[in-house]
Design a protein around this ligand. Structure first.
Ligand code: NAD
Ligand code: LMR
Length: 331
């Protein structure tokens, strides 16, 4: 058996954390032959309850789980980590936008970025889930100059999964038939779920669902506002689907992409598609080796899509301006 992959999860005692760590420990992330090692970070008052979760992890007797440490110390949590999943932070409540969390959650990512820089493993990769996730990732990265730009991800996979499900339901097909689906931009209401370049059963989604009004006026806002709809229905923000999307995100970055498909995540823009370099913006990505990735180039972008891509970039620039005081030397 290979050496364990070490995964650090922050906010491990929260709703998403509880849905995430048992799946990682059971082999649901890296498969049935790959041992894992967990580092769980929580704020001090949450440690007693996290201890209960440690008891439950023991009681699952997961053969792949080599060791677990629960701590309130960031450098202990990130020490030697291969992956860091940044979940810890406040979720929004009904009536709030994700950007309303920026001043509450943003400061968490200065210290955590520094601790990743100091303590994480040499090949660490970091997925930010806590909202507003693109800008929190930007803050953390700005404090971690040792960690190269291509190792940072912000989670828009939940949006991709939501978009795939909505298209599949409308077309009356299984969700596996939906491919080449991009979420462009911010994990916010300005995101653009790109149905114009998506395929259903290998055919353009726009020909399978021959209903331009539904695609533009129902599908796009349904996906973009799904987080609010879940909060309204559940009384709490999505947790199991978010944990599932975190697993999908890490897996997509860790294994070669299936031929003819791609996946979405917020990554550091290199200027592709005219998006300002340095912003953490969601693009279509492929990986040939499960280590590096590249942005899918030359997708057709019409005037309507262009306006949507630019609006989301503008929102991210505004968010970056709102946290200027929190940015570190690698900004
Ligand atoms: P939660 O309140 O249930 O759990 C958050 C946990 O983070 C709590 O246990 C809290 O003690 C902990 N925490 C707070 N500050 C911390 C710190 N400095 N270090 C370590 N832990 C800390 O919330 P949740 O439902 O698990 O959601 C977590 C975050 O994920 C929220 O910001 C939410 O908006 C976001 N989210 C993002 C997506 C996405 O698609 N990107 C989807 C769902 C939720
Ligand atoms: C989601 O998309 O469900 C999460 O980002 C939670 C939220 O605040 O919408």
């Amino acid at each position: 058996m290979s050496a364990p992959i070490r995964i650090a999860v922050t906010g491990a005692g929260g709703q998403i954390g509880y849905a995430l760590i048992f799946r990682i420990a059971s082999g649901g992330l890296f498969g049935p032959d790959q041992p894992v090692s967990l580092r769980l970070l929580e704020i001090t008052p949450a440690l007693p309850s996290l201890n209960g979760t440690l008891m439950e992890l023991d009681d699952c007797a997961f053969p792949l789980l080599k060791d677990v440490v629960a701590t309130d110390q960031t450098t202990t949590a990130f020490d030697g980590a291969d992956w860091v999943i940044l979940v810890g932070g406040l979720p929004r409540k009904e009536g709030m936008s994700r950007a309303d969390l920026i001043r509450a959650n943003g400061p968490i990512f200065t210290g955590q970025g520094k601790a990743i820089n100091e303590a994480a493993g040499p090949d660490v990769r970091v997925l930010t889930v806590a909202n507003p996730c693109n800008t929190n990732a930007l803050i953390a990265r700005s404090h971690a100059p040792k960690v190269p730009a291509e190792r940072w991800f912000a989670m828009t996979r939940l949006d991709q999964n939501r978009a795939a499900a909505q298209l599949a339901i409308k077309a009356g097909v299984g969700v596996g038939e939906v491919t080449q689906l991009t979420i462009w931009g911010n994990h916010s209401d300005t995101q653009y779920p790109d149905y114009k370049n998506a395929l259903i059963g290998g055919k353009p989604a726009t020909s399978v669902i021959n209903d331009p009004t539904w695609l533009s006026d129902t599908f796009v806002p349904t996906v973009a506002k799904r987080g609010s709809a879940v909060i309204k229905a559940r009384g709490a923000s999505s947790a199991a689907s978010a944990a599932n999307a975190a697993l999908d995100s890490v897996r997509s970055a860790s294994f070669p992409t299936k031929s003819g498909d791609w996946f979405s995540a917020g990554v550091v823009s290199d200027g592709s598609y005219g998006i300002p370099a340095g912003l953490i913006y969601s693009f279509p990505l492929t990986s040939t080796d499960g280590k590096s990735w590249s942005i899918v180039q030359n997708l057709p972008i019409d005037d309507d899509a262009r306006a949507r891509l630019d609006a989301s970039a503008k929102e991210l620039q505004d968010e970056r301006d709102a946290v200027k005081d929190l940015l570190g030397p690698a900004a």
